[in-house]
Design a protein around this ligand. Structure first.
Ligand SMILES: *[C@@H]1O[C@H](CO)[C@@H](O)[C@H](O)[C@H]1NC(C)=O
Ligand SMILES: *[C@@H]1O[C@H](CO)[C@@H](O)[C@H](O)[C@H]1NC(C)=O
Ligand SMILES: *[C@@H]1O[C@H](CO)[C@@H](O)[C@H](O)[C@H]1NC(C)=O
Ligand SMILES: *[C@@H]1O[C@H](CO)[C@@H](O)[C@H](O)[C@H]1NC(C)=O
Length: 380
């Protein structure tokens, strides 16, 4: 395991922004339809925003999002999400909103939406879906979470259904990092870290629509589970569609204890922090693609700083530190031109330039904020 995963573990306790906390702009999206497929249950995804129909960028469109749309359109579940404008280019705007559904919502408007860091998209990259008309698997998928799941966890995790098996990530580290838990034969259980590696973790990340694995932490890095340990000696080759398709010991057969529970950190795990030890001042940093990086201060406004401070539990206002020294920034500079509006209730909803390792170079352009309040809440 690399150093980066250790440092993530160290800060997880102070992240107060979790993708699961994002609000959706309910009411902004007024219609959803599939266009130009061979059946009514396949096609290009088109969304109406304030009266205007447009296509959806496919850059983060995944099977969980597609499940929710299929379900909502009475089309069963999603079988595949062909990329690259499979159903034609469409006309009108290409919406860049990114849905972060966990697959159990009944409507896309219930899924958190992010805009931050979205890449520009053309009509060659519009989302599509093939839904099934077969309802059986969806029904299984749709059963409510078992009572054994501790309260407060359900909204923070990604769940993907397939038959009666599911995989999800636990421990409030956000949607795309955490302890791997599998639902099998009516019971949730963990995975043992014997021969657990990034290739195995990547199968989980892909299954959850979280990109690829950056780290595969073992040793109960995200806390010890309880009850069943379902899988041991997992040895994926990387191409499997689900973790349970990988070679492993038989279900429930292991010589492990929960202190060996396996976890993942996927490339789409995101987090926010202010770097000084009080947690409420210093360099503004965003965790993206496995690395903490800076945010450039071009277009930085009072609204944006205020939202950052609120989101970190540091009071309602922030001021930009000026008089910064000249010099090259160390580490990536992930974002620039972050422009939060008064309507935004989360930093992740704010429009910005696309994710880019080097959005700016000079320390005078690096965002350093001092919030008005002390850190109030420590969540873990
Ligand atoms: C419909 O999809 C086909 C490809 O399946 C594409 O060639 C055609 O241009 C599309 N038509 C429209 C109107 O989008
Ligand atoms: C894992 O699988 C590979 C083939 O994909 C095999 O060569 C290797 O021996 C296996 N490792 C274990 C520990 O079973
Ligand atoms: C994310 O990291 C991987 C490997 O570290 C790299 O190949 C990829 O280009 C990075 N993506 C971005 C958007 O920086
Ligand atoms: C966030 O604010 C921007 C800029 O004001 C606006 O364009 C966007 O629609 C807002 N998004 C949400 C989800 O509120």
């Amino acid at each position: 395991m690399g150093k980066e995963a250790m440092s993530i573990g160290g800060i997880v306790g102070i992240i107060s922004v979790l993708p699961g906390d994002l609000e959706s702009p309910v009411g902004e999206f007024t219609g959803f339809r599939l266009v130009n497929g061979s059946t009514v249950c396949s096609g290009r995804v088109e969304i109406q925003v304030l009266g205007t129909w447009g296509t959806l960028c496919d850059s983060r469109w995944d099977i969980s999002d597609a499940h929710v749309l299929c379900h909502h359109l009475n089309c069963g579940f999603a079988e595949s999400v062909p990329g690259g404008g499979h159903f034609g280019r469409g006309t009108g705007p290409v919406w860049r909103d990114t849905f972060h559904c966990d697959g159990t919502e009944s409507h896309l408007v219930q899924c958190p939406v992010t805009a931050l860091g979205a890449s520009s998209c053309s009509h060659d990259n519009v989302a599509g879906v093939f839904c099934s008309g077969k309802e059986t698997r969806l029904t299984l998928c749709n059963t409510s979470l078992p009572e054994a799941v501790p309260e407060g966890i359900a909204e923070d995790v990604g769940v993907v259904c397939s038959g009666s098996r599911r995989v999800w990530l636990v421990n409030r580290a956000g949607r795309c990092a955490g302890r791997v838990e599998i639902y099998y034969e009516g019971t949730w259980g963990t995975v043992c870290d014997n021969s657990w590696d990034v290739t195995d973790a990547t199968v989980v990340c892909r299954q959850l629509g979280c990109g690829v694995a950056m780290e595969a932490p073992g040793s109960a890095h995200y806390g010890e589970g309880s009850g069943q340990i379902w899988l041991d000696e997992v040895n994926c080759s990387g191409g499997e569609a689900a973790l349970w398709d990988c070679p492993a010991e038989a279900w429930g057969q292991h010589d492990c204890r929960h202190k060996e529970d396996a976890g993942v950190v996927c490339s789409e795990f995101t987090a926010l922090r202010l770097e000084k030890s009080d947690g409420c001042s210093g360099r503004l940093q965003v965790f993206y693609n496995g690395t903490w990086g800076s945010v450039c201060s071009n277009s930085m406004t009072r609204d944006t700083m205020s939202l950052v401070c609120k989101e970190l539990g540091c009071g309602g206002e922030g001021s930009l530190e000026t008089d910064l020294p000249y010099g090259r920034i160390s580490g990536p500079t992930w974002l620039d031109h972050v422009e939060c509006g008064k309507m935004n209730s989360s930093f992740w909803q704010c429009p910005s330039a696309s994710w880019n390792q080097q959005s700016c170079y000079d320390q005078r352009e690096e965002t350093r904020i001092t919030c008005s309040g002390p850190k109030l809440t420590l969540r873990h």
